[in-house]
Structure formats: C-alpha cells, structure tokens
Design a protein around this ligand. Structure first.
Ligand SMILES: [Zn+2]
Length: 503
C-alpha cells in the first residue's frame, strides 16, 4: 500500500538535520517512507492533499502520560494540605489497596494513549502514577498497557514500574521512604517476565524497557540487578533521578550519596539510560530549603554526557510543579542527550516546547536560549537517539512513516511566518490534524481510529472522581476532598427566595 501526502510545508531530514521543504510531499509504502520533498509524481494507492499544513515527524514522548490526571489535584497544594496527598504511614502499614480494578486500569491506559496520538505523539514510553495502586505496577498492568498501545496503534516501549520503597508521611508530617524490599525483587521479576512476553508478541511497534520508579525508592541491590538485566537483555532503562530537593535529601539520609554516584555505582551508567527531569544536582546545594539553584555541576553534566545518558525533559510538568531546567543550553553544550516527555496532563509537547523555550530565556537572560529548533530536535531526533533508533524522529527515505500533520489554516493561529515557530508560539497540539504511525493513520480530525473516544471520556471522568475521593483514605489527617481540593472559588450560595445577587 503506497500513500502520498502533500502539504504546504514538510520538515524533512537531510542526513544531518531537519530541513524545511515548501509545497512538498511525503510518500510511504506500508510502514516505510520512500520519498520526502517536492517532485513526487509516481503512482499511489492513496493520495491526500493536506493543503495549508505542516507535515512533520511525530513526537517522541519518553515520560509519557499514561494515567487520567493528578497534576490537576496535586500541583497547587499549600503546605498544610500537600503532605495529605501522599500515603500516610498508616495507609502503608494497614490500608494500602488498588483504587482501580485491572479492568479499570485498562480503560485508563487506553484513555491516556488515545490522548497521546491525538496530541501528535507517535512513540511513547509510558509513565504511571503509582499513588493509587497498592504498590507499583504488575505484569498484568504492563500487558494492559501493551494491549492499549496495540488498540490505539501507537509505538510503545513498555514495562511494569517497580520499587522497593514508597514515599509516606509519618505522624510528624515529615516525608520519608518506607521499605518493603521483597516488592522490589518481585517487581523486577515481573518486569523480566514481561520482556519475554513482549518479545514473544513479535510486534514491530512494541518493545520492552525496564522502568523502575524513582531512585530514592530503590535499594542499591535492586539498582544493580536492573543494570545487569538491562545489559543482558539489551533494553533501555528509565529511572527518575535528580528530580527534586526531597530526593537529594532522602538519598543523603539513606545512602549518604548523590544520585549520580548511585547510578554509577550500580552500573546503570553503562546501560542505555534515560533519566526523566534531571533538574537537580550537587551544585550549590546547602540542604533543605536551598531551592532553585541546586543544579548539576559541570562535572555532573560531563558524567551524564560521557555515559551517553539522555535526560527526559518535561518542561510543562516541571513548570506546573514550580521547577525549571537550568538551563537547556547548558545541558546541550555539555553534550547531554535531551529527549522530551509530557509526564502529566496535558500531553502537549507543542506547549511544552513553547514553555521550555520561554523558561530558558528567563533562566539565561538571553532571547536565543532554548531555541525552538533545539526543542523540536529534542522532541524528535533526541528521543530517537535516546532509544538508539536511527529510523525514528525524522522524515527521510528508509525511516518509519511516523508523522503528524499540523493544521495552519485556523484563523486563531494568526499570520504564519516560519511554520514551526508559528505553531510553537501560537498553536498547541490541538492543531494536530492527523497522526500516522508506521504508515497507519491512527488519529484524524480528533478521532482515534477504532477507538470510542467519547466512551473513554465519560469512563475517565467517572474514574477520576473515584481517584479524587481515594486521596482522603491516604491522608494522614483523613481530610475530605472539599478540604484537600477546594474549588478555585467557593461554591455560590443559593438564595432562599430565588433572587440572584446583583452587582
Ligand atoms: Zn516524570
């Protein structure tokens, strides 16, 4: 099956970098691209003129939203309620449970992965929030994610998350990690079993990965076992590290070490390692409260670069939680690989690029910092390189036909100058009109092919309400949702006589 797409603009790849074509075409045969650029006049089974649109490689999201949403609930809490959004010690000891059944978790995955393709993401490495599970993820959870990925048609790197400890809040209101090391060992066993399972599927779009949870929730022994398995199986490892000041503090307390030292000692720097966030390091860190400037030192960045580690930068989520990479250009100049992630809602890498680019200007005081081409490279080539894939993240003959068409005709976009800069500064991922993965159109004009998005929407809303209620049972003070999540404005009083108040 040969398809040809025509558009006013096409971002192709010349072997070294992305290049812009005008009035050009992309032709693909089955899952592979056979032509990019002007001048296609060969035969085609299907030909689509997208008109005033930008055809670009699909986005690679390596810390990909795979949940309903939690940032809507936990990214704005004042100090009085914030500890209540974590597990209490009592919940850890006696109350922990799965808030959702496996079937409900399947619905949540499908909902999230459908969101990704609607936002132009063609390759994902999902991340789940474990806060509402009884521990982390199971083998069956990973199978559910793989099933959802196949139904939605997205390319995915999948594995169950696992950990030896969990964040919990004690009677004194302080956060610590509480341990159940057997859970970590059985979690890794599940993850290895899943690698066999995914290999057995022999599905070109699905690959296995080892996805342990945050570094401060793993024992050094488990980290060593992960590194060993990753090298033996030749699979990527993704491990959240250098993510926050609390992590640094907990690692000092429990291990007496910095995150990078632990990664090195476990042998993880020898693996294909992806580190989401990677915002914090030992530079200028004076202990708790010394926020903002605890960035990685030049030596730490050099260590990441030398080991070929890719960070997974999630600008929008980091900003929602009040954090910023210092700075995008500093990491790039040090030679650190940079991929992008969405992490939480909205899974919008176009907004992510805009926010990231703008914050790089704030952090460095330069208008040319965190440039849009650099961010776009991170969203495409950077992700591909982190995965060791030279056939992804680019539109070139021989590459996988993973692409998006972004509409430029909406009057609300304003005037169009350079199409990429226009889309990033004035548009959003809602301007993505079509998403193609391995030559298959998976999303078109807001629909995900073969998936009932409306049904998923109402199920997700219903499950979200349940997830929201479940925070109360974990809260150390057992506060209700009205106290934990007050509305932006109090609910209006209903007047007794039906008379509405006037200004
Ligand atoms: Zn993350």
């Amino acid at each position: 099956m040969r398809t040809v797409l025509h558009a006013r603009y096409v971002i192709g790849f010349d072997g070294a970098d992305h290049v812009l074509h005008r009035d050009a075409s992309v032709a693909y045969e089955d899952e592979r691209i056979i032509h990019v650029g002007p001048g296609w006049d060969g035969p085609a089974d299907r030909e689509v003129d997208l008109g005033n649109a930008l055809l670009a490689p699909g986005f690679i999201d390596l810390d990909a939203l795979a949940d309903i949403d939690h940032a809507l609930l936990d990214s704005w809490a004042p100090p009085e309620t914030a500890p209540g959004l974590q597990w209490s010690e009592t919940y850890f000891e006696v109350g922990r449970r799965d808030v959702f059944t496996l079937e409900e978790r399947r619905v949540i995955r499908e909902y999230a992965l459908a969101q990704l393709v609607l936002h132009g993401i063609t390759t994902c490495m999902p991340i789940a929030s474990e806060v509402h599970s009884s521990w982390a993820e199971t083998f069956d959870d990973a199978v559910a994610i793989a099933d959802a990925a196949r139904r939605v048609g997205i390319r995915a790197y999948v594995g169950p998350s696992f950990r030896s400890g969990v964040h919990a809040v004690g009677e004194d209101g302080q956060r610590d990690v509480l341990w159940d090391e057997d859970q970590g060992v059985s979690g890794l066993a599940d993850a290895l079993r899943f690698l066999d399972y995914v290999e057995g599927l022999d599905d070109g779009l699905l690959r296995g990965a080892l996805l342990p949870c945050r570094i401060e929730t793993l024992t050094p022994e488990l980290m060593r076992a992960v590194a060993k398995a990753a090298l033996e199986r030749d699979v990527p490892v993704r491990l959240h590290a250098m993510q926050g000041l609390l992590e640094l503090e907990l690692l000092r307390r429990h291990r007496g070490a910095w995150p990078l030292e632990l990664l090195r000692d476990a042998g993880l720097l020898e693996c294909r390692l992806l580190v989401p966030h990677a915002i914090f390091g030992s530079g200028g860190w004076g202990g708790s409260g010394d926020s903002g400037h605890a960035s990685p030192t030049a030596a730490e960045l050099a260590m990441l670069a030398e080991a070929g580690v890719a960070i997974v930068h999630c600008p929008l989520t980091s900003l929602h939680y009040g954090m910023v990479l210092r700075s995008f250009d500093r990491y790039r100049d040090a030679g650190v690989g940079i991929a992008l992630g969405t992490d939480s809602f909205p899974p919008d890498l176009i907004r992510g690029m805009d926010v990231g680019s703008s914050l790089a200007k704030v952090v460095t005081g330069r208008l040319d910092a965190g440039s849009i081409p650099d961010y776009f490279r991170a969203a495409t080539l950077g992700g591909a390189s982190a995965l060791g894939r030279t056939d992804l993240g680019r539109l070139a003959p021989g590459a996988q036909a993973d692409l998006v068409a972004i509409d430029l005709s909406d009057v609300r976009l304003g005037v169009v100058d350079d199409p990429l800069r226009t889309v990033v500064m004035s548009g959003s991922a809602r301007d993505v009109r079509m998403t193609v993965v391995a030559g298959q159109t998976v999303a078109m004009d807001g629909d995900v092919l073969g998936v009932d998005v409306e049904a998923l929407r109402s199920r997700a809303q219903e499950l979200f309400e349940r997830m929201r209620l479940a925070y109360s049972e974990r809260d150390i003070l057992r506060r209700g949702p009205e106290e934990l999540f007050p509305p932006a404005f109090r609910s209006a009083a209903v007047p007794a006589g039906g008379e509405l108040p006037r200004c």
